[in-house]
Design a protein around this ligand. Sequence first.
Ligand code: 4AD
Ligand code: MG
Length: 432
Amino acid sequence: MAWVYIEDLGRHLGEEATLRGWLYNRRSSGKVHFLLVRDGTGVCQCVAGVNDLGAEAFAAADHLGQETSLAVTGIVREDRRAPGGRELIVKRIEVIAPASDYPITPKEHGVAFLLDQRHLWIRSSRQHAILRVRSEVASACRDFFAERGFVLFDAPILTPTSCEGTTNLFEIDYFGERKAYLTQSGQLYAEAGALAFGKVYCFGPTFRAEKSKTRRHLTEFWMVEPEVAYFNLDDDMRLAEDFVAYIVARVLDRRSEELKTLERDLAPLERAAQKPYARITYDEAIERLRAKGFEVKWGDDLGGDEETALSNEFSTPLLVHRYPAACKPFYMKRDPARPELALCVDMLAPEGYGEIIGGGQREDDYETLRARILEQQLPLEPFNWYLDLRRYGSVPHAGFGMGIERAVSWLCGIHHVREAVPFPRMMERLEP
Ligand code: 4AD
Ligand code: MG
């Protein structure tokens, strides 16, 4: 028996092959059954006629439940009309395990129901396509950095303090002796890595106790964070632009089938695969927003609606740099030309997807950084090791973080980040 994955059927035209998978759907003309079989790599139409199968097996095939696991053997044939362009003329069907009353049927279901059934929902074609794009994005991130000589430098998840402010920290009781926190970002540790290895990145789950129930917020999300010694803000922006253009090009190249399943408009992605991206300062962002009738105060962080309005003015992703330091975390370096500004950058995705990247240049002066920690009423003691990085051979350095779910949502053109991760965690959802 030659076991073949559906994605490889093209190399077996005219041969006998066995598919191992699950029954996705079926219909019958009475004389012929059409079984749609999926195996994770694709869906194949299996054509079963009574003459090939025999009367008994033919009758049984008409009662197979959706998601029955089975092995189907037959001859591979090219057929332009079939999904995937190939079909299998069935000789034998072996049921591995039956399934009946599968809860997710081809009819419409509500999102709350589907989220409860997430462990099964991921078998559906849309969810399947999204998660394959996610997998491609993660590989592209790793390849991008590996090709440029970055060292993978994993940051801890259990941490003694905050990185991105204390308002959305998950607190953990650590052996009844002290408090620990789930990391909000691996950045502080990546900085230590950059001063040891020159250029590093970390890539792992991060946590925010976000009480906001928006389409852009999860409480657990994955972030990829490069950090480079001797980089300034300009270098950092160039890296972010190269990085995103690389990922977009890769997904267009290798996941075009999935984007088609998702009915994704490719034009905005094709533009985002090209450099350079548009760049404006925060000051200019405020002017543009006011011209559009937004009542924004200089000094406020930009909200979702404002980000959407701004990015709609550009056809590429948009880099907004130099926000007021007061609305950014303690570690950001100030602009020496205008100390009220931070040397930071956010990348806004087009089409209303908002911020996908946040980053910038880090404060590298010992006294200044120490003063900022105190100013923000953070405890000094847990930051002692971090201050050491400024005590022993401090250098200018910069980095950024990209949220994987935000990037995947944009690439797939889906409404909510909850579909961009296998098992989403949100304020009101911890199951399954
Ligand atoms: O802008 P943020 O908070 O930046 C940092 O954490 C920096 N320490 C990163 C760095 O410089 N190394 O988060 C970075 C990105 C955002 O642009 C967004 O894509 C994503 O992480 N993100 C979230 N994604 C989903 N749900 C949330 N609650 C998110 N919060 C941030
Ligand atoms: Mg941010």
